[in-house]
Design a protein around this ligand. Structure first.
Ligand code: 13P
Length: 433
């Protein structure tokens, strides 16, 4: 077991008995987060490895959709407390509620300081463009949802995404059949009637698209259930037997404990869960209001804990508890790469060199798998061996070759950069945690 350090992260309300996995000060008011040391593993892990582990060992990882910092913190509190792998999921259908880029920064920071394995997933990605943006901002798993289209069109859209995402090493979830919405704020985002996934089509779809995880429609709905849902477990078992890849259930809210157990037994390795979290948060706000709370922080007080409690219950039910260490050893860590170039230029003045960098920042940052392109000028007073630098962050090592051969890079490097920057050194560094 790794040596642990503790630091005060922030003040929390609550008692030690509510969250026994956490460490409180004598006053029970300060929550201490476990932080990583050299001996603790990198918690952001390859999502394909994470879900393969879940599939092989008969449990499901919770993919909890978050819409605010309260959700993010609550989900992580539950994962840490239960020592479970977790998927932090951000749904494109929710982007009207928050700034995706800003919340991704916080989500990435939460994953980096976690001590349990984490994946960050783009949920219900609507297009190739959304997927590229999601990966640029830090998602290491993506869903493309073309399930409302006819079969052939779904295949075409999904394959376009898998071709690209796999070229840069990012796993993809596709959906076949259609999971509609019934009631609740998420429901109206999924209009229309249910279409069940057929095992034959599922096999053709996976073969044609090479997706890594398949979201199936077997009777669940997005949002609150009306009555007791009937799930087609026979259909699920057949799909699982034919495909052998991790299956995903959308519309987790409202199923019975028994149904969840049967889903997990039949190959479901990822369960998407949102409306119940949203309703739990709303109940706290209503209760605070009923008790006379008026200001925003007073109204929202306790939301994090409510989210944590709901996630804790589901993680335990789905079998993820105490799987963190196994997953950390089985799954490849997800590490960014820094592509560093130090160079001098010939035949350009300072203004020309600045224009060259600006042009490169614009072109190269559009290449999929590139997370950031930064440039700089040496500030040493003496003559430095190299005057300029590029720092290009890739989401992971497979991007090195993809980037090198990408037309945007080839065009910029051959036409603009290399002719004036003959004196240079290039090194790719896999970043430490
Ligand atoms: P629920 O809102 O029904 O839990 O479904 C969540 C979901 O499937 C998100 O993709």
């Amino acid at each position: 077991m790794a040596r642990l350090q503790f630091r005060i992260a922030s003040y929390r309300q609550g008692t030690a008995s509510q969250f026994p996995g956490f460490h409180y000060s004598a006053t029970d008011k300060i929550l201490l987060f476990r932080t990583r040391t050299e001996e603790t593993p990198m918690p952001l892990v390859n999502m394909k490895d994470m879900l393969r582990h879940a599939h092989d060992h008969g449990y499901a990882v919770g993919a909890f959709d978050l819409v605010s910092l309260d959700f993010l913190e609550g989900i992580m509190m539950a994962a840490e407390k239960t020592r479970a792998p977790v998927i932090l999921s951000l749904a494109e259908s929710h982007f009207e509620y928050y700034d995706f880029e800003l919340l991704m920064r916080a989500t990435t920071a939460a994953a980096e300081r976690a001590s349990v394995p984490v994946a960050i997933h783009l949920d219900h990605g609507e297009s190739l463009r959304s997927v590229v943006t999601g990966i640029r901002l830090g998602c290491n798993g993506v869903m493309v949802d073309a399930s409302h289209h006819p079969f052939e069109e779904n295949v075409r859209i999904t394959k376009e995404v898998t071709d690209l995402a796999h070229a840069i090493g990012v796993p993809v979830e596709g959906e076949l059949g259609y999971v509609p919405g019934v009631e609740g704020e998420d429901a109206e985002k999924h209009p229309g009637e249910i279409r069940y996934t057929t095992p034959e089509e599922a096999a053709r779809y996976v073969e044609a698209t090479s997706i890594d995880f398949l979201a199936v429609s077997i009777g669940t709905v997005h949002g609150r259930m009306k009555g007791t849902p009937k799930l087609d477990f026979g259909r699920l078992a057949e799909i699982n037997a034919r495909l052998g890849i991790p299956l995903v259930i959308h519309g987790g809210t409202g199923l019975s404990d028994e149904q969840f157990r049967a889903l997990v037994k039949n190959g479901v390795s990822k369960i998407n869960y949102y409306t119940a979290l949203s309703d739990a948060a709303a109940r706290v706000v209503h209760e605070n209001a009923r008790r006379g709370a008026r200001g925003y922080t007073a109204l929202a007080s306790g939301v994090r804990q409510a989210i944590a409690e709901e996630c804790t219950r589901m993680i335990r039910l789905w079998g993820g508890e105490n799987r963190a260490e196994e997953v950390l050893s089985a799954a490849r860590p997800w590490r960014n790469v820094m592509h560093v170039i130090e160079y001098n230029v010939e035949g350009l003045d300072e203004a020309g060199a600045a224009r060259l960098r600006a042009k490169g920042r614009e072109a190269l940052s559009r290449i999929p798998g590139v997370m950031a392109v930064e440039t700089g000028v040496a500030i040493q007073p003496e003559d430095p061996p190299y005057r300029y630098a590029w720092l290009v962050r890739f989401c992971q090592p497979q991007v090195i070759a993809y980037y090198r051969d990408h037309p945007l890079h080839v065009e910029y490097a051959d036409r603009h950069f290399r002719p004036v920057a003959g004196n240079r050194v290039t090194i790719d560094f896999e970043l430490d945690e």
